[in-house]
Design a protein around this ligand. Structure first.
Ligand SMILES: Nc1nc2c(ncn2[C@@H]2O[C@H](COP(=O)(O)OP(=O)(O)OP(=O)(O)O)[C@@H](O)[C@H]2O)c(=O)[nH]1
Length: 472
């Protein structure tokens, strides 16, 4: 399925950049060059290798509250960036970065490449209100930057952002709105949730981000940094593997069928089925499991069958079918991008990727039956991507509109506790009751960009009347 990808902020930029690299590495063509990355801190581009300079857009140069690093610290690409992007400003040095530090945020420059667990004072300095104001002011710039995206080339667009980021959440919410207003095709989002070890401000911003993005997006994939970090990890050290996992799964879903392998498929992935699965809206999550199926091992199974007196010709389908069923079951039970109660899913999509002779219709059918039973939904769609000679068989499962997500409930409770300035652990019950505003608020009111002095408590994170409220 062809997809335009738009990264926002540090996390969004890195994930989109990795996706483009992975497309090249795997011979899949999903984006067809329809990629962009927006940031307010150009250091987000320091580590990109696949996003060309004309796809890197820096917002907020003219904004008085946006802080840049000092002169001479830019990367080589800075001067070559697109007509939409701006060169590194020189007037704001590190002194002003400290002066404009958001209250309560650690004052830090991060590592020399800008990667840090703490909130730095560059760009919008972790402030989603400022991020939203910058994006509002730069709307004409944003529209121009979107010009090269060929909507007719793609079936949908996906915005990718770290929801705990001032840029990801603030700029991202304005961008999402903008994309929905100009594109007729579906606009999905992928948001990264912060780990609990990150500053409280990230939690607060992410809670707001979830409530703002979910109603705006046609479907919202979530990736939980917390679930993918161990206590011993520095979150920043996990970015690479989490991004790799995220991209691998996205490619399994959207890249299936986007590689010409010349092989006949049992049930070729149909992008209309992916859209049907996602267009129910709400939050989506992805599981994945792989098994090695080298020709040698399959030959070994056949030899063993012969030894025990069973014909490999007649039993081989049964072996493959049970293997496929087991694999799909393991994908369902695997660590999801966002752990949740799988029975709360509305729709499910399963994709099998691997050697054509391991993907049998019987395996599919038993796998689908299993998914229907385990997820308690009848809306299970399936597709395959045969890859001749592949050493692995992979099952990827998309669960759409999941509504029982303990992590989101915890995130919202903690956000309320932070807001009310008490001990987060004492405020266990009232997240949505105390925070939810009237259901009739407009999007602008939901993420009020007109009054920068409002604190987070005055902003709505309401799912409106979409019936997708994850907070209860
Ligand atoms: N998985 C993953 N998470 C990231 C990555 N970079 C940042 N994050 C998370 O995303 C959130 C926002 O960080 P950034 O994306 O750097 O922030 P930003 O949107 O650029 O905006 P600022 O907060 O103003 O810096 C934080 O919770 C980070 O932990 C990444 O490469 N991978």
């Amino acid at each position: 399925m062809k997809l335009a990808l738009i990264g926002v902020g540090g996390a969004g930029t890195r994930i989109v950049d990795r996706f483009v690299r992975a497309e090249r590495d795997t011979g899949r063509s999903v984006t067809n060059g329809n990629v962009l990355a927006f940031t307010t801190d150009p250091r987000a581009f320091d580590r990109t290798t696949a996003l060309s300079a004309d796809r890197q857009v820096v917002l907020g140069d003219a904004h008085p509250d946006v802080t840049r690093r000092g002169a001479g610290e830019g990367n080589a690409a800075a001067g070559e960036r697109s007509r939409h992007s701006r060169a590194e400003p020189t007037e704001a040095g590190e002194g002003s970065a400290t002066e404009t530090a958001p209250e309560g945020a650690p004052v830090t420059d991060g590592d020399s490449d800008g990667l840090t667990d703490a909130i730095t004072n560059y760009g919008v300095g972790g402030d989603p209100e400022l991020g939203a104001r910058v994006a509002q002011a730069d709307r004409p710039e944003i529209r121009r930057a979107l010009d090269p995206i060929e909507e007719t080339d793609v079936a949908a667009t996906m915005l990718v952002a770290g929801l705990g980021g001032g840029t990801g959440c603030g700029v991202g919410s304005v961008l999402l709105e903008e994309l929905q207003s100009i594109y007729e095709t579906s606009v999905y989002a992928l948001g990264v949730l912060p780990a609990t070890a990150e500053p409280d401000r990230r939690t607060l911003t992410a809670a707001r981000g979830v409530r703002t993005f979910v109603p705006l997006a046609d479907s919202m994939f979530l990736v939980d940094n917390e679930a993918w970090c161990s206590d011993a990890d520095r979150v920043v050290d996990r970015y690479e593997p989490i991004n790799a996992m995220t991209v691998e799964r996205l490619l399994s879903v959207f890249g299936a069928g986007e590689r010409d392998c010349g092989s006949v498929s049992e049930m070729r992935v149909d992008s209309a089925d992916i859209q049907r699965t996602l267009d129910v809206g709400g939050v989506a999550t992805i599981g994945r499991e792989t098994v090695r199926v080298e020709p040698e091992s399959r030959g070994l199974i056949a030899r063993i069958l012969r030894l025990i007196g069973r014909s490999p010709e007649t039993d081989s389908t049964a072996v493959d079918a049970s293997m496929v069923k087991h694999l799909i079951s393991r994908a369902l039970q695997s660590k999801l991008t966002l752990p949740c109660d799988i029975t709360s899913a509305d729709r499910v999509f399963v994709i099998l990727t691997g050697p054509p002779d391991t993907i049998s219709r019987k395996g599919f059918e038993t796998g689908r039956y299993l998914l229907e039973e385990e997820t308690e939904t009848v809306e299970v769609l399936a597709g395959d991507e045969p890859i001749p000679g592949a050493p692995e068989l992979t099952a990827t499962v998309v669960l759409s509109n999941v509504t029982t997500v303990p992590r989101i409930e915890r995130l919202q409770r903690r956000a309320v506790a932070i807001q009310t300035d008490g001990d987060p652990n004492d405020k266990a019950t009232s997240a949505t009751d105390t925070e939810r505003p009237a259901a009739t608020k407009s999007t602008d009111e939901r993420f009020d960009r007109s009054n920068p002095d409002d604190d987070a408590a005055s902003h709505g994170f309401d799912f409106g009347d979409t019936g997708r409220d994850l907070g209860e």
